[in-house]
Write a protein that binds this ligand. Structure first.
Ligand SMILES: *[C@@H]1O[C@H](CO)[C@@H](O)[C@H](O)[C@H]1NC(C)=O
Ligand SMILES: *[C@@H]1O[C@H](CO)[C@@H](O)[C@H](O)[C@H]1NC(C)=O
Length: 226
């Protein structure tokens, strides 16, 4: 009787362990395996268990224009609260596909805010192109790191941490943000809490708020779900 596993079996177990470890450690976008991959709209998406893959068009058909995006020359559409964003991902800028990056142009009228939110899959670098912007984030120990960032300054928001901005200048402000994922994700704290339909009794208990106060917050962040 053989007591010890055979060499091939040991190798197999080690290989499986290494692959599992590699999968668990894959907390950022995968490295590209080719120079670039301009999606071919003819093929749509391929969905696997873990990823959605956009099949590439033949690289000989790529053109310079595939790597240029002109949609951030001017601000996006302002909300009632004076905040405009143009998020740029491979769905609007195909040249970004597989490169592990995306970006956003944000414009804030004087006094306008970008409410507390986080990106589950990306660290963000925010460059103030114009204006004065109170910017900050909160770490996982609830420590606040925040101050006014002036034109030409940059702040980094570590991956997954709650961050926010407010234009404290008299003029409108413009910010250019880069994210190290092509699909960073965005969760806005107020709407995730009050606009998602979480059980009302739970919210009352969690925030020490009355039925009426919770109703006010819900109407504000998702009138459909009240
Ligand atoms: C890509 O295009 C080149 C040049 O037209 C061609 O030779 C090659 O076979 C194509 N590759 C594929 C996978 O279709
Ligand atoms: C702004 O709104 C117009 C009209 O609804 C729309 O065509 C355009 O795509 C919007 N721009 C952005 C950056 O969302």
């Amino acid at each position: 009787m053989r007591v010890f596993p055979s060499k091939p079996l040991i190798l197999l177990v080690v290989t499986v362990m290494i692959s599992l470890h590699a999968y668990a450690a894959e907390a950022s976008d995968p490295d590209p395996i080719q120079d670039f991959c301009i999606p071919n709209p003819k093929f749509g998406f391929i969905r696997t268990e873990h990823l959605t893959i956009l099949p590439c068009k033949n690289s000989s058909e790529a053109t310079t224009d595939d790597f240029v995006f002109s949609g951030v020359k001017s601000p996006g559409n302002f909300t009632e609260t004076g905040f405009a964003t143009i998020p740029v991902s491979p769905s609007v800028f195909p040249g970004l596909n597989t490169l592990g990056m995306s970006f956003v142009r944000a414009d804030l009228k004087s006094g306008a805010i970008n409410p507390p939110h986080f990106h589950p899959r990306a660290t963000e670098i925010a460059y103030v192109v114009k204006g004065s912007v109170y910017s900050g984030f909160v770490d996982s120990g609830n420590r606040l790191f925040a101050r006014v960032i002036e034109e030409g300054e940059v702040m980094v928001f570590p991956k997954g941490l709650v961050h926010f901005q407010m234009n404290v200048g008299d003029e409108s402000a413009t910010i250019f943000c880069s994210l190290n994922s092509q699909n960073p994700g965005l969760q806005k704290i107020p709407s995730a809490i009050f606009g998602s339909g979480i059980n009302e009794e739970l919210l009352e208990k969690a925030f020490g708020m009355s039925h009426k106060q919770i109703g006010t917050m819900r109407r504000r962040f998702d009138p459909k779900k009240v």
